[in-house]
Structures are given as C-alpha cells and as structure tokens.
Design a protein around this ligand. Structure first.
Ligand code: PHB
Length: 387
C-alpha cells in the first residue's frame, strides 16, 4: 500500500513538473555583471527586462522565465554557466554577451541544438557557419568602422593615429578602419594598443599626441569611455586640435552626460543614439530612464531586441522551443527597434541595420550624440568581403 502511494506521488510530481515545463520557456542570459565590463551587463539586463515589462511575461502560451547569470566577463565562467543552463535548466534560448564569452558558448549551443542570441559581441567571426544556432542582435565593429573611415577621409582627415583596446573587437575596428581609410587616400601613422583590463590611457594618449595626427580613431569598449575622455582632456588632445572619431563606443550614451565639453564635436558612426528621433525611441528612453534612472546606451538595445527576437520566434513556432524551429523562425525577421529598422540576414544570421553618423552636441545643457547622416541596411562588411 505504502509503495503504491509512493508511486502515485512520484507520478503526480512528474506530471506536474511536466505541465509546468510545457507552460514555461526558459531564457538564460550569461552577462558580465561584475568585473571590468560590468557596465555592459547592466545595460543589457536593463534592456531585456524592460522588454518583458512592456510585452508581458507570457508569449504563445508560454510563461517566459528569464534566468540571468553573472560570468564576470570570464569566458571559462560563461562556458560553465551556459552548460548548466542548457543541460540542467533546459533553457529554450541562451543569450551570450562579450566576444570571448560568446566564442566559448558557441560550441555548446551547437552540441545542444539550442538557440543562442548574441546580444553584445561586435566581432564578425562570432556568427559563423560552424555555429548554426547563433544569431546576433548587437552590431559589428566593421559596420561602423568602414563608414566612419570614409566619412573622415571626405571631411579632411589625412593623418590618423588609432588607439585601440587590445582584444578581438578592437582589432576588428582597427583593421576595417585602416583598410577603408587607406583606400580613400588617408594615412594611418600608428596603431596603439591599450590593455583591456584597468586601462590607463594617459601614456598612450601622450604617444598619440606626439605623433601629431589631425585625427584620432578610438575604440574602447562600453564602460571605459569616461576614463578615456578624462585622460584625453588632461593630456590636452582637444586643445591640440586633434579630432576624435570612432565607432560610437567612445561616446557611450551611458557615460556621455559626465564626459565634459572636451568631447563636443566628436564624430562617430553607430547604430544607436539615445537621441534617435523616432517616436519608438523617445518612448523607450522615457520608460528606461523612469525604470532605472540612467540613460540607455547601445548595449541596452542588444538586450531589448534580443528579447523581441525570442518573443517573435516563439510566436511563429506557436511556443515550440525546438532549436531548429526557432532558428528557422528567426532567419529573415525584420522589425523596428528603438535604434531604427533592423533585420536578421537569412543567410548569415547576422544583424542588418542603419548606421548613423553622429556628432556630440549640447542639447538643453546635456551632451548627446546627434545623428546627421544615415547609411541604410548595413551588413557586416567582414562577412561580405569573404563571399
Ligand atoms: C564585444 O564583446 O565584442 C564588445 C564589447 C564592448 C563593446 C564592443 C564590443 O563596446
């Protein structure tokens, strides 16, 4: 008798977890919430949560259970956490962040056949044919660096020094910039690499100033632009008349309000500005600032759009979380983001988006990246060049 009750209880428990699992789709984000790049995770998390608040926690009959794990920006942690999420938690989708972490997680989503939305990485190779379950909602550094190179060459830049954070996204920004700028007739006099961890830009900026360029092309990751701007000003590069250009990470909206007037006039190419003039973005910024008390930056839209992609894919599959079905649903998807119109290239699974040229200006006493030119539906140029 006792045995029978035991079995009945066990069956009952199984049935109820089964039902709960069927009604829930778990989404596991592996983000840097501590460590040197914690500012990145903070923005992505805020964007993802805001999307869920706006859209409700249920989609296609599934309750979305968002599980956020902190990898501290360390790829070994990212791999271990993603493994736990995929194998133990059986997440429908894993979200990856920084380039080295996304590279560490890629093979796991391939083995597990589980969809993997890259919400941060800006390195082209992260989305590749060997990892067919990966898709990107962030950007590539190439999308921005080629466009700013051509703009700079057309607008009088002749002699450029590159200051680059020394890791994969920095290398990609520098190489795409150098190719395009040289092709346009300009000269890159030197490429200076700054360590990624706890950077002290001062000696590198002194070296850059001594080389006497007309323009400095800079890539620093989100979260480091404040320190950069302070040391740029202290070393007097603005007073020396050296123009500041780059992908928009160097005038990151999160930090821009406190960067000081030395960055006024900096021209960058990027996919998102908090002052993008669409109704959707105005609503986004207002809701974001109300919820969190800081300004959204380009990382936040990677998280917001990443969640949108997951919601829309689940709608298309009627709540089926099978990796192959989700990936089929994701390919070619198009939608309006706070950054402007975006889509997922059906062949490469990489993001296609507008790139805007912007200038730092003061608007009502606050610094903003003011968009003044648009390049529509830009694909990752590094992949395009390989075709
Ligand atoms: C990246 O992980 O590729 C990355 C991180 C921060 C940035 C840009 C790219 O600002």
């Amino acid at each position: 008798m006792l045995r029978k009750i035991g079995i009945a209880l066990a069956v009952g428990a199984l049935a109820s977890t089964g039902a709960a699992a069927q009604d829930t789709a778990k989404v596991g984000l592996v983000l840097p919430l501590t460590g040197g790049l914690a500012a990145v995770g903070k923005q992505v998390q805020a964007g993802a949560k805001l999307y869920m608040e706006k859209s409700g926690a249920t989609v296609a009959g599934k309750k979305i259970d968002l599980i956020i794990k902190d990898d501290g920006g360390v790829p070994d942690n990212s791999k271990r956490l993603a493994q736990e999420l995929i194998v133990n938690e059986k997440v429908a989708v894993v979200g990856s962040a920084l380039t080295p972490s996304a590279m560490a997680i890629g093979p796991l989503s391939t083995q597990g056949k589980s969809a993997n939305v890259v919400m941060v990485s800006g390195t082209s190779g992260v989305i590749n044919p060997n990892n067919p379950y990966m898709v990107r909602t962030s950007f590539t550094l190439g999308q921005q660096s080629g466009i700013i190179a051509e703009w700079a060459a057309k607008n009088g830049a002749k002699k450029v020094v590159i200051v680059q954070s020394d890791w994969a996204p920095g290398a990609e920004a520098a190489s795409v910039f150098t190719d395009a700028f040289t092709k346009a007739g300009g000269q890159v006099v030197e490429t200076i690499k700054v360590p990624l961890a706890n950077p002290d830009f001062a000696p590198f900026l002194q070296r850059a100033r001594d080389l006497n360029p007309d323009t400095l092309f800079v890539f620093v990751p989100a979260g480091q632009a404040g320190t950069f701007a302070k040391q740029f000003t202290e070393r007097g590069l603005d007073k020396a008349g050296i123009k500041l250009i780059g992908p928009g990470d160097v005038t990151d909206d999160d930090l821009l309000p406190n960067m000081g007037d030395a960055v006024i006039g900096a021209v960058t190419a990027h996919m998102y500005s908090a002052s993008h003039p669409s109704k959707m973005n105005k609503d986004y910024v207002a809701a974001f600032e109300k919820a969190y008390n800081f300004r959204p930056n380009f990382m936040s839209v990677g998280g917001y759009d990443g969640m949108h992609l997951i919601y829309e894919a689940l709608k298309k599959t009627n709540g089926d979380t099978d990796g192959d079905k989700l990936m089929a649903a994701i390919k070619g998807m198009k939608w309006e983001s706070p950054r402007g119109p975006i889509s997922i290239d059906a062949d490469t699974r990489d993001i296609v988006q507008n790139i805007y040229i912007r200038k730092v200006e003061k608007v009502d006493g606050k610094l903003y990246n003011q968009e003044f030119a648009t390049f529509e539906a830009v694909k990752d140029p590094v992949k395009a060049a390989k075709k």
